[in-house]
Design a protein around this ligand. Structure first.
Ligand SMILES: [Fe+2]
Ligand SMILES: [Fe+2]
Length: 391
């Protein structure tokens, strides 16, 4: 990507940041090779990255154009999904029963939301930014709130996507299972929102890159694209992020909340792998599969490169660091590095398992350093307990 700081150093900081953001958006869109993938992601990219539709302070309306698939014969067609449905019914829990009376002090150094080593404060000092111990705690509080806010926005997307997929999917056992996922996602919205609202007292706007992905899959009429986007990409990565945070935080209520959510999410990703493996390997032409393969790669890149917490940058460091310096800082922060490693070690094996990591695209994954995760276990082979332990 072009380093715009050399071209714009005479401009005010706010304007410099905006120009850098436009170049970054352009970089995302110009980089897409497949014209069909560009047609699918491009309009969402314009709405999210250039128009900042998620940040306008008004409700966002996205046209949904999928077809509802009815089956009046009620077949038992997918034993693996029927089993997930049974387990999901037994695994329901009530968000009210979490220990909400726990006293959470976001600035406590006794019970830390995040360990100090999560962020590389020494790197900030290289840029002349020396934070006091209290300021460091405030940055970590902001970082935790930012991550949980993005989880919450992702959960709202998951709630609507799960409802759409439940209508559109052709497997009847999948529809019954899907009903439990809608309930699960509703509960996740409830608990993340309640934690942010009553314990951290801070909510960040949706990150533009996450908006692009949600917009793209909500407005795509093909159920399998919704599925791929939500169940495999967003949820797969969220599962990795939840487990990293679950391991890092010392705050008992958050730990408890994440543990419960992880158990639900493990089923969701398992369902995604199970449904898409069947569909991609048996029902799609080679051309259609290639398109999905390319789409998944672009979304993986959006996630890998672009999840840069700019909302935090604008709050804390705009004017003191350039966006390029901030990107370097986030990329090299130990906590974020661990995040990326865990996230992609979850995602890449799932892509392999559903047939979207053929030799045709391996080279591209290799070029961006993601092939090292190829051999891991996919979601249908991992239990929630293993996920929690691995975290
Ligand atoms: Fe969820
Ligand atoms: Fe989910």
């Amino acid at each position: 990507m072009i380093d715009t700081s050399k071209l714009t150093f005479l401009l005010p900081a706010r304007m410099r940041s905006q120009i850098d953001a436009y170049f970054e958006a352009l970089d995302v869109l110009l980089h897409v090779r497949d014209p069909k993938v560009l047609a699918a992601i491009g309009p969402s990219g314009v709405r999210g990255l250039l128009l900042h539709r998620g940040k306008q302070g008004v409700p966002t309306h996205m046209p949904a154009s999928h077809q509802a698939h009815f089956d009046w014969t009620y077949p038992s067609d997918q034993p693996e999904m029927a089993d997930l449905y049974r387990r999901a019914k037994e695994g329901q829990w009530n968000g009210d029963s979490l220990p909400w009376n726990t006293n959470v002090d976001p600035l406590s150094t006794e019970v830390r939301l995040l360990p100090e080593r999560f962020v590389d404060f020494a790197r900030l000092e290289q840029h002349g930014i020396r934070l006091t111990p209290v300021e460091k705690q405030k940055v970590l509080h902001s970082m935790t709130s930012w991550m949980l806010s993005q989880f919450l926005h992702g959960e709202q997307g998951a709630l609507f996507a799960a409802a759409q997929v439940t209508e559109a999917v052709q497997f009847f056992d999948g529809k019954l299972y899907g009903a439990t996922q809608v309930m699960d996602e509703g509960r996740h919205v409830e608990v993340f929102n309640r934690y942010l609202d009553t314990k951290l007292n801070k909510l960040y706007q949706i990150n533009d890159n996450l908006f692009v992905i949600i917009d793209s899959l909500m407005t795509d009429g093909r159920w399998d694209m919704k599925f791929l986007g939500m169940q495999i990409m967003v949820e797969g990565l969220a599962l990795g992020a939840f487990s990293t945070l679950h391991r890092q935080t010392e705050e008992p209520l958050l730990k408890n909340l994440l543990k419960m959510v992880i158990q639900d999410e493990a089923r969701h990703v398992h369902y995604g792998v199970c449904a898409l493996r069947e569909h991609f390997t048996k029902h799609l032409s080679e051309r259609e599969r290639h398109e999905r393969e390319d789409w998944a790669f672009e979304v993986a890149l959006l996630m890998r490169n672009r999840f840069m917490a700019y909302e935090l940058y604008e709050e804390w460091f705009e004017g003191r660091l350039t966006r390029q310096q901030w990107r370097d800082f986030v990329t090299h922060s130990p906590g974020m590095t661990e995040f990326r490693t865990v996230m992609f070690s979850r995602l890449v094996p799932n892509l392999r398992e559903i047939g979207l990591l053929s030799p045709r695209v391996m080279k591209r994954y290799d070029e961006v350093g993601l092939m090292k995760y190829f051999g891991g276990l996919a979601a249908d082979k991992l239990t929630a307990e293993q996920l929690l332990q691995a975290a």
